[in-house]
Design a protein around this ligand. Structure first.
Ligand SMILES: NC(=O)c1ccc[n+]([C@@H]2O[C@H](COP(=O)([O-])OP(=O)(O)OC[C@H]3O[C@@H](n4cnc5c(N)ncnc54)[C@H](O)[C@@H]3O)[C@@H](O)[C@H]2O)c1
Length: 237
């Protein structure tokens, strides 16, 4: 039995992953969301009964499988960094966090990306604290979801658009301009993921653009359930 962490767990991708982990494993989950977007009432979609709710912590499942924290993910990261017993105090479990799925982000589709770029830039702060914690805590596996927004916009225009490939982002070569602050945050996340994989080879990590087609998206970001494993261990979840 393992313990996993899902950030942004009330969002579109996060809550589907939570349901998937519950149906395919017997593992415990810590799920965190500040409800700035997503679905603010987890009991509406959680496939397990709510067994207790106190302060910002709601526990689901008769055997206490899901610990749902309504909180800014950065607070959680600071708490767990400061206290070695934080996870045990929170869950009562004597387990280290194994797999980490990091979906907490300001997303909001094109309206948000184009209309409030400084709000979206907060993703840089969330991701920076996330990678800082990851390199210290060293979970077994880490997932950071990237986006086609990380690719240079000059390759995604109406004229001269090409089918983008991984090689269009090379940190050892000239980088193009990503798509707004959202693209910058994803590009930075890819850089930190790559650096982190090099520094800590024993940890499986997956930096996944989760759009099926690598083209500039329309008004909303579709999720085609496409994951490209970049980990040297090739152990995607
Ligand atoms: N949905 C897609 O098609 C798609 C495509 C490419 C990449 N992604 C990436 O996948 C991730 C999840 O996307 P999504 O579509 O589920 O977005 P979403 O907006 O549905 O979910 C994000 C969740 O993060 C939460 N959140 C935001 N800031 C937080 C904070 N500081 N602390 C805690 N929770 C916070 C929001 O409340 C929301 O529930 C994002 O990183 C996004 O960039 C999604």
């Amino acid at each position: 039995m393992k313990l996993h962490l899902v950030s942004g767990g009330a969002g579109f991708v996060g809550r589907n992953l939570v349901k998937r982990l519950l149906s395919t494993t017997n593992d415990y989950l810590i799920v965190i969301d500040d409800f700035s977007a997503g679905t603010p009432v987890p009991s509406k979609w959680m496939p397990l009964p709510s067994v207790s709710k106190e302060g910002n912590l709601e526990i689901f499942g008769d055997n206490k499988r899901v610990f749902f924290l309504h909180e800014d993910f950065r607070n959680f990261l600071r708490n767990i960094t400061e206290s070695e017993t934080y996870v045990k105090d929170l869950t009562g479990l004597d387990l280290r966090i194994s797999d980490v799925f990091h979906f907490a982000a300001i997303v909001g589709g094109r309206a948000k990306i184009d209309g409030d770029p400084m709000m979206v830039a907060l993703d840089l702060s969330i991701d920076a604290e996330f990678f800082y914690w990851v390199t210290r805590y060293k979970p077994a596996r880490v997932m950071f979801p990237s986006s086609s927004a990380a690719y240079p916009t000059n390759l995604q225009g109406v004229d001269g658009a090409i089918a983008l490939e991984e090689k269009e982002i090379r940190f050892d070569s000239v980088l193009g301009q990503p798509d707004m602050t959202y693209g910058w945050s994803k590009l930075t996340g890819e850089y930190l993921s790559a650096d982190y994989r090099t520094a800590l080879q024993h940890i499986g990590s997956l930096c996944a653009p989760i759009l099926g087609l690598r083209r500039r998206p329309g008004p909303y970001l579709p999720c085609a359930g496409y994951c490209c494993p970049c980990s040297p261990q090739r152990r995607p979840v």
